[in-house]
Design a protein around this ligand. Structure first.
Ligand code: F3S
Length: 69
């Protein structure tokens, strides 16, 4: 069974590039300043694991962590 994943955005690193939101709108939302945070507690629903890794690898600020639980 695959590990459950969680995503987390480091608010100190995020500069609002919004690639995470474009690539994985189910996992990230933007605040009024355009900075991202994870939806809910960051738990990645089954089937969206690839999007979590994709968002992590596409963030220019390396602000996204994917945690395997
Ligand atoms: Fe921020 Fe990176 Fe997304 S800079 S808005 S976490 S692509």
């Amino acid at each position: 069974m695959a590990a459950r994943l969680k995503v987390h955005v480091d608010p100190d690193k995020c500069q609002g590039h919004a690639r995470c939101k474009a690539l994985a709108p189910e996992l990230f939302e933007l605040d009024e300043y355009g900075n991202a945070h994870e939806v809910g507690d960051g738990t990645v629903p089954p089937g969206l694991e690839d999007k979590a890794w994709l968002a992590k690898s596409n963030c220019p600020e390396i602000a996204i962590d994917v945690i395997e639980e």
